[in-house]
Write a protein that binds this ligand. Structure first.
Ligand SMILES: [Zn+2]
Length: 745
C-alpha cells in the first residue's frame, strides 16, 4: 500500500536546534561521511533496478516474488552486507471463483477483467497476474437488491436513514475513497448488508482528473483497484492465523473459520466500466449532491430495481513470505539497532507501489556499502529490510516483528519506513520524538526541481495550502514542520503500535496524479512516463531516508527530543475537547429542532425524509488528568532541552550510554501492556489506526474512539490510562535529564 502522507503543518514552538553532545571525536568527521553518502545515490541505478524488479508480477507466493527476494539478497551481499532471507508461512487467499451479475431488471454479467494494452508491454502477462479481488473477503454466494452507499462511511448510512433506506438483506455498491477500503464492507455488514461491491468512480481517480491510461496517468474504464479488506484495525494486521506470534513453521495456528480479521460479508472490487450499468439500473431517490460521481448518469440510491448476484470463493492457502533482512554490525554499540524498511511485494507489477520506494532503499544500501569499503564503521547496527507480503496486510513486517519481539524491544532504536515515491513535496509522519531529527535531515537535502531544500519546499507548500492567517503565522514562526501522526497502511505498524519502536514514514508526492493504484497498469511503462520519470525524487528519497539512518546510527547522544511530543499531545488534547463540545452542540441543536417540529415542517412529501431520532446529549468529561500529564511532559521536555544544551558545553562528558538506554525506552513508555479496548494487539496510547478510519490516525485513540462510539464511562477511564503513560513518559524524560545534569553542580 502507499499510505497517504499527511502534509506537514507547523505550529509555534521553542526552537530546539542545539547540536547533540557526544558527536564524533574529530569535529566534522560525521559530516564528512554524510556528504560522501549524499553524493552516491544514482537515478540510473534506480531506473535499472525498477526495470528488473517490475518485469513480471511479484505478489505473495509468486515465482517472480521469490526471484526478486533472491536478487535483492544477492545485491546486499555484493555490497558487503550480512544478509539473509527469513521466511514465514501465512494465510493468503486467492480467488477460485468470482461472479457478479445483475439478474433484474435485465441480465448482465460483469467483466471483472483488466484488458491488456498493446502499448504497455507488461499489461499482457495474464498468466501470472492475480485477478481483481479483495483479499480476506469471506467466501459467499448472495443475491439482493442493490443500494448505492457513496463512500460507505458511517455518516453515509445516517444519510440513508434520513432517506428511509435500509441496507438489510441488500448488496451495497460503495465507491473507493475517503476511507480505507476495509471499512466499507465492515460498516455495510454492521448495517445488515449481505454483500459489498467497491468501484472506482471516475470522479475520484479517473477521467475527471485528466486523461486516462495509456494516454494519461488516470484510471481507465476497466481498471480495478485490488486490495486487502482484512479487518485489521479492530484486531491486528499480519497473518490472521497467528495473531501476536511469528508465523513460523511450528507456530500454533487458528482454523481459518476462527480468524478474527476476515470480513463478515463477501466483497469484490469492480471498475467503473462494470459499475455504470448497475448504477444506471438503480431507481429510488436521487443521491445527495455530494454523493454523485463523474459518470454521465443521474445517481440514484435504490434499493433496486437492480438486483445483484455476487459469488466469491477463495483458495485458503498457506503461502511463504520472504523477507530480505540485511545487517551492518555496529562498531561501538552492536546491540542498538536502527531499522529501515520498504516492501518488495506488489499486487501485480507494482512500479509505483512499492518499487519506487524500494529502489531508493537499495541505493542507500549500496551507498552505505561503499562507505564501509572507505573505512566508515557505524556506531550502531543498521538493519535494512525488504518486506514481503505488505499488500495483503503487512504480513512480512508484522510476522518478523512478532517473531523477534523480545529482541526488538531490547535493541530497536528507531524504524524508518518508505512505501513508494513520487514527484513533489516531502511528506513526513511519525513519532514526535524524531520530529526535530527528520526536519534537520530535510534541511540538508536539495529539492531537484525547486533549487531549495526539500524542507523549504515542504514549508512553502504548507504556507500555500494554509487555511487561515493564523495557520500561516504558525508555519512561519515554528522552527520545525509538524509531523503527521501515524495511522496504518504500511510496514511501520507493528514497530510503533505493537512494540513501541519510534518510527518515521516519509515519501515525496503531490505532483504526480494517477489512477493505476493496485492495477495491472502500475508498471514500468506508467511510472517512467508519468511519475518521477528521471528518478531525481528517488535520489532525494534515498538521501533523506539514508541521512536519517546515518544520524541515528552514528550519533553519540541519540537525536530524540520531547518538545514536539509534548506539543503534539497538547494539540490532540485540545482536539478531543473540541470533538466532545461539537457533539454536545450538534445533538442539543438537533433535539431542539425535533421538539420544534422543524423536520416535519420542512419535509417535501414528494421526496420524503425521515426525521433523525432523539439522542442523549454527551456528558461533560473530566480531562484534568490529561491536562496535568501534558503539562508535566512539557516541563520535562523543557528540562531535557536545557540539560542537553548544558551537557554540550560542559567539560565533563555525561554517561551518554546511560542516557541513550533511557531514550530508547521513550517510545515503549507510551504503550500499555493491555492495549486498546477490544484490540489488545494495538498497545500505543498516543497513536493508532482508527477503528472506522483504517489508515487514518486516531490520536489519543482510547479516549477519542470512546467519545466517537458514545462510550462515555470508557472515555473517563481511557483519560486516566492515557494520562498515566504521559506521566510515565515525563518521569522517563526527567531521568534522562538527571543523567545529563550530573556533574553540573
Ligand atoms: Zn505499498
Amino acid at each position: 500500500m502507499r499510505p497517504l502522507l499527511v502534509a506537514a503543518v507547523a505550529l509555534p514552538l521553542v526552537a530546539l536546534t542545539t547540536p547533540a553532545p557526544g558527536q564524533p571525536a574529530a569535529p566534522g568527521a560525521g559530516r564528512e561521511w554524510e556528504s560522501r553518502f549524499l553524493a552516491i545515490p544514482s537515478p540510473d541505478h534506480m531506473r535499472e533496478a525498477m526495470r528488473r524488479l517490475t518485469a513480471r508480477p511479484h505478489h505473495v507466493g509468486s515465482a517472480y516474488g521469490r526471484e526478486n527476494a533472491e536478487w535483492i539478497l544477492a545485491r546486499f551481499r555484493e555490497w558487503g552486507w550480512d544478509a539473509q532471507i527469513e521466511t514465514f508461512d501465512v494465510l493468503f487467499p486467492t480467488p477460485k471463483e468470482r461472479l457478479v451479475e445483475m439478474i433484474e431488471p435485465t441480465r448482465f454479467r460483469l467483466a471483472l477483467e483488466e484488458p491488456a494494452l498493446a502499448v504497455d508491454p507488461t499489461s499482457g502477462q495474464k498468466a501470472e497476474q492475480l485477478p481483481t479481488y479483495n483479499a480476506y473477503s469471506t467466501d459467499g454466494d448472495v443475491t439482493g437488491p442493490l443500494v448505492y452507499v457513496n463512500y460507505g462511511l458511517p455518516e453515509d448510512y445516517e444519510q440513508l436513514d434520513r432517506l428511509g433506506i435500509s441496507v438489510k438483506g441488500k448488496v451495497v455498491l460503495a465507491r473507493y475513497g475517503r476511507s480505507w477500503r476495509g471499512i466499507k464492507p465492515k460498516v455495510a455488514a454492521e448495517h445488515g448488508a449481505v454483500g459489498c461491491l467497491i468501484y472506482s468512480d471516475p470522479r475520484d481517480d479517473g477521467y475527471f482528473g485528466g486523461d486516462v491510461f495509456p494516454k494519461g496517468p488516470m484510471r481507465p474504464k476497466d481498471g480495478v483497484q485490488r486490495g486487502s479488506v482484512m479487518d485489521f484495525p479492530s484486531s491486528n494486521p499480519g497473518d490472521p492465523l497467528t495473531p501476536g506470534a511469528g508465523a513460523t513453521k511450528e507456530a500454533k495456528r487458528l482454523a481459518v473459520s476462527e480468524a478474527p480479521s476476515l470480513t463478515r460479508i463477501p466483497v469484490l472490487p469492480i471498475s467503473y466500466g462494470d459499475a455504470q450499468p448497475l448504477l444506471e439500473a438503480l431507481e429510488g431517490p436521487l443521491a445527495p449532491e455530494a454523493w454523485r460521481g463523474a459518470l454521465p448518469i443521474p445517481y440514484h440510491v435504490g434499493p433496486g430495481p437492480a438486483k445483484v448476484h455476487l459469488k466469491v470463493a477463495f483458495n485458503w492457502d498457506i503461502k511463504p513470505v520472504h523477507d530480505v533482512v540485511a545487517r551492518i554490525p555496529g562498531e561501538e554499540r552492536p546491540d542498538e539497532w536502527v531499522v529501515r524498511g520498504n516492501h518488495h511485494d506488489a499486487w501485480v507489477n507494482g512500479a509505483e507501489d512499492p518499487i519506487s520506494g524500494l529502489v531508493p532503499l537499495l541505493e542507500e544500501a549500496r551507498a552505505l556499502g561503499l562507505l564501509l569499503k572507505q573505512g566508515w564503521k557505524p556506531k550502531r547496527t543498521i538493519v535494512y529490510c525488504a518486506w514481503d507480503g505488505e499488500e495483503p496486510m503487512l504480513l512480512g513486517s508484522t510476522e518478523w516483528a512478532e517473531a523477534h519481539a523480545d529482541e526488538l524491544r531490547q535493541k530497536a532504536v528507531a524504524y524508518v519506513n518508505t512505501d513508494g515515491n513520487g514527484r513533489g513535496f516531502l511528506g513526513m509522519a511519525g513519532s514526535h520524538s524524531l520530529e526535530h531529527l527528520i526536519n534537520d535531515v530535510a534541511r540538508d537535502v536539495q529539492d531537484p526541481e525547486a533549487g531549495v531544500s526539500v524542507w523549504k519546499r515542504a514549508q512553502a507548500m504548507a504556507l500555500a495550502d494554509a487555511a487561515s492567517a493564523e495557520e500561516r503565522k504558525e508555519i512561519r514562526q515554528r522552527s520545525d514542520l509538524r509531523l503527521g501522526a501515524l495511522g496504518s497502511g504500511s510496514d511501520y505498524t507493528a514497530f510503533i503500535d505493537h512494540l513501541g519502536v519510534a518510527s518515521l514514514n516519509i515519501g515525496f508526492g503531490g505532483e504526480d496524479d494517477g489512477g493505476i493504484y493496485h492495477s495491472i497498469y502500475d508498471d514500468f511503462d506508467w511510472y517512467t512516463r508519468f511519475s518521477d520519470t528521471d528518478f531525481v525524487y528517488g535520489r532525494a528519497l534515498a538521501q533523506t531516508a539514508g541521512l536519517a539512518v546515518l544520524r541515528l546510527a552514528d550519533a553519540g547522544l541519540l537525536p530524540f527530543e520531547f518538545a514536539a511530543l509534548a506539543d503534539a499531545t497538547q494539540e490532540y488534547l485540545k482536539d478531543l475537547k473540541k470533538l466532545l463540545e461539537r457533539k454536545q452542540e450538534e445533538i442539543t441543536e438537533r433535539n431542539r429542532q425535533i421538539d420544534e417540529g422543524v423536520f416535519q415542517a420542512t419535509n417535501d412529501p414528494r421526496r420524503p425524509k425521515v426525521a433523525p431520532p432523539r439522542e442523549d446529549v454527551p456528558p461533560h468529561l473530566n480531562f484534568a488528568p490529561l491536562e496535568n500529564a501534558v503539562a508535566a511532559l512539557q516541563r520535562s521536555a523543557e528540562r531535557y532541552a536545557r540539560a542537553r544544551a548544558g551537557a554540550q558545553v560542559r567539560a565533563t562528558a555525561p554517561d551518554v550510554a546511560r542516557v541513550n538506554a533511557i531514550l530508547i525506552r521513550s517510545e515503549r513508555a507510551l504503550l500499555s501492556p493491555e492495549g486498546l479496548p477490544r484490540r489488545p494487539w494495538f498497545k500505543h496510547l498516543v497513536y493508532a489506526p482508527g477503528v472506522y478510519a483504517g489508515y487514518g490516525a486516531s490520536t489519543l485513540p482510547g479516549v477519542r474512539e470512546a467519545i466517537q462510539q458514545k462510550r462515555y464511562p470508557e472515555a473517563e477511564s481511557e483519560i486516566m490510562r492515557a494520562a498515566r503513560v504521559l506521566q510515565d513518559e515525563a518521569a522517563l524524560v526527567d531521568a534522562a535529564s538527571a543523567e545529563l545534569e550530573k556533574g553540573t553542580q
